[in-house]
Write a protein that binds this ligand. Structure first.
Ligand code: ASP
Length: 596
């Protein structure tokens, strides 16, 4: 351990029974102190752990007195002999718990005000704003420290694995011209060129493709990306992604390389967690939607969606009949043993379905005689046998059914209910990591607001080669060579094989409403480069914060980010964003108009 520094001989996580008898010097923060009159015990803490040190009024009275001043979070340096703790007082929870340091010298390196929250114990209800304002104190707390160290181990394992496979890290600039990734750009005004702006990268997409043209056939970068969009639990305005691009590859090659890296890294970093299935399961987008109601399914549990469209086709129930007549679908999930759910519980589920875009939720419980109970049961009497047969539902079960004129809407709403029921029934085992590939996405989706087709992933993705001819004739029917990696219900990353020929890329851009001029203006460098021997290539990007959060069983990426922004994009510690003074504005040729 790299402990030997001028102010200490060991870290606070280092001493063991083998050190007994050695004279040591430790430095760290007072984590906790216990006064026993003539003996004072301090838990001394640093990044590496906690060591108990003791001062004694009998053995070293002056030191004992000097140390008595030290309060929680003061920084002190102590020297003394390592000794075994007295019989029966060893602390098995602490790696250093067998020993203590009998202190004969102490110096206070710095005092501390009383921190605004406890560092040495969990404080339920602790306000996040306070944690973010005093993040340097929050980061001292052992659970935060553990997550930061986990993140560091993850980054380092990623680098090791990729470099062992001949990937080279190449940094790309932060001041660039915008690449669309579906979000708004953060922009930076140019001082030297009045009225001109840089964009901060939403991702290094065009640059990594240009590196492929340049011949760096296995590139990666721990890339910092910025997107001006609303924050969510799994998304902030800036984040890091493992950005990868490879040449001379098909989808299969990228997925295999990434899967090997992800598996190896997971095993190294969280050996105690179980990867539910290797090789990772692969689901086509349509299959993922039909079976799990999601393009990022949580595969830690079953409870798959079942399609009831056929079983219910003849039913005289408006909700189903209308949806089916309009070409939609009816899907159900079976929640085993939930037939006794209360009115309140069912209302909560109905609200959830509505929030997810469903018109409503039909719930049926299966009675002990096999009959169905619920507000819609009387309309379904004739088909109840068909429903039971199609779902395999048994007495005591609850069936949740969603119908919609739009298949995807019905499936996704029910997909959210599936997650909710999985949660309520404790089926989302926190020990398990269920990686899954979802691939073969539709290439384009219709944007009704803009009245044009848009790329489902990014505009550089290639169509499935055999379908490319049909691009203009049937934009909605062709698929992209695109793959997402999901983990426990989160999208961990996504990528694609790219279009590497200029004519095809121009055709795709044209479908997305770009004029020739607009294309040259926005993507000129890439379009030109494709005419200078661009190899077939493809890649992926994996969100680091999401990955660490899932490995650390956290629900919010702020918990694994050292200095995150709030929901509204503020840095409460540094006080950003903030106004510029007049001189800075003038240099940047800017005038602020808050007039609205
Ligand atoms: N640039 C894409 C993204 O950031 C990833 C990729 O296609 O490689 O989502």
């Amino acid at each position: 351990m790299a402990a030997h520094q001028s102010l200490r001989t060991h870290t606070c996580g280092e001493l063991r029974a083998t050190h007994v008898g050695e004279r040591v010097t430790l430095a760290g923060w007072v984590h906790r102190r216990r006064d026993h009159g003539h003996l004072t015990f301090f838990d001394l803490r640093d990044r590496y752990g906690i060591t108990q040190v003791v001062t004694s009024a009998d053995e070293a009275p002056a030191t004992h007195e000097a140390a008595a001043e030290a309060r929680n979070e003061w920084v002190i340096q102590v020297s003394g002999a390592v000794r075994r703790r007295p019989e029966g007082t060893a602390n098995r929870e602490l790696p250093t718990g067998e020993v203590e340091v009998a202190v004969d010298e102490v110096s206070v390196l710095n005092e501390s005000k009383v921190p605004p929250f406890y560092i040495n114990e969990e404080q339920p209800g602790l306000e996040e704003a306070l944690r973010l304002q005093y993040r340097y104190l929050d980061l001292r707390r052992p659970p935060m420290r553990d997550r930061m160290l986990l993140r560091a181990r993850l980054s380092s394992a990623i680098r090791r694995e990729l470099e062992a496979e001949d990937f080279v890290e190449i940094e790309t600039p932060l001041l660039i011209r915008s690449t669309p990734e579906g979000a708004r750009d953060f922009v930076v005004p140019s001082r030297l060129q009045a009225g001109q702006f840089y964009a901060l990268p939403q991702s290094p997409q065009q640059l990594k493709q240009l590196l492929m043209v340049a011949g760096y056939d296995r590139y990666y970068q721990m890339a910092h990306c910025m997107r001006d969009e609303d924050s969510r639990k799994d998304r902030g305005p800036e984040f890091t992604q493992v950005d990868i691009e490879m040449s001379f590859v098909r989808e299969e090659d990228v997925m295999a390389a990434v899967e090997a890296m992800v598996t190896a890294v997971t095993r190294q970093v969280v050996p105690e967690r179980q990867i539910s299935q290797t090789p990772f399961p692969r689901l086509r987008y349509e299959e993922a939607l039909a079976r799990f109601g999601s393009d990022k399914p949580d595969l830690r549990f079953g409870m798959e969606l079942m399609e009831l469209s056929d079983a219910l086709r003849v039913v005289d129930f408006r909700v189903f009949a209308d949806a089916l007549a309009a070409g939609g679908a009816v899907f159900a999930i079976r929640a085993q043993g939930c037939g006794g759910y209360s009115r309140k519980q069912l209302d909560e589920l109905t609200d959830l379905a509505k929030r997810q875009g469903a018109a409503g939720l039909v719930h049926l419980s299966v009675e002990s005689d096999g009959s169905l109970r619920g507000p819609a049961a009387k309309f379904l009497e004739a088909s109840s046998a068909a429903v039971l047969a199609a779902t395999g539902a048994e007495p005591g079960d609850l069936l949740l059914i969603v119908a919609d004129a739009d298949r995807a809407t019905a499936a996704t709403a029910l997909g959210q209910l599936r997650l909710e029921m999985g949660e309520r029934l404790g089926l989302r085992d926190p020990a398990v990591l269920a990686y899954v590939w979802v691939y073969r996405f539709p290439m384009f989706k219709w944007d009704a607001d803009l009245n044009r087709w848009d790329a489902t992933h990014n505009p550089f993705s290639a169509p499935v080669w055999e379908e490319a001819d049909r691009m203009e004739a049937d934009p909605g029917g062709i698929h992209a060579q695109q793959y997402d990696l999901a983990l426990n219900g989160w999208e961990l990353g996504g990528g694609s094989i790219r279009i590497h020929r200029r004519d095809l890329l121009e055709r795709a851009f044209a479908l997305m409403g770009h004029t020739l001029e607009g294309m040259r203006d926005q993507f000129g460098a890439l379009l030109d480069a494709l005419e200078y021997g661009a190899p077939p290539h493809g890649g992926i990007a994996i969100g680091v914060e999401r990955w660490v959060a899932l490995l650390a069983n956290q629900e919010n990426i702020r918990e694994v980010t050292a200095f995150p922004k709030t929901q509204s994009g503020s840095d409460l510690m540094l006080g950003a964003p903030s106004p510029l003074d007049q001189q800075q504005l003038a240099e940047l040729h800017l005038r602020v108009d808050l007039g609205g």
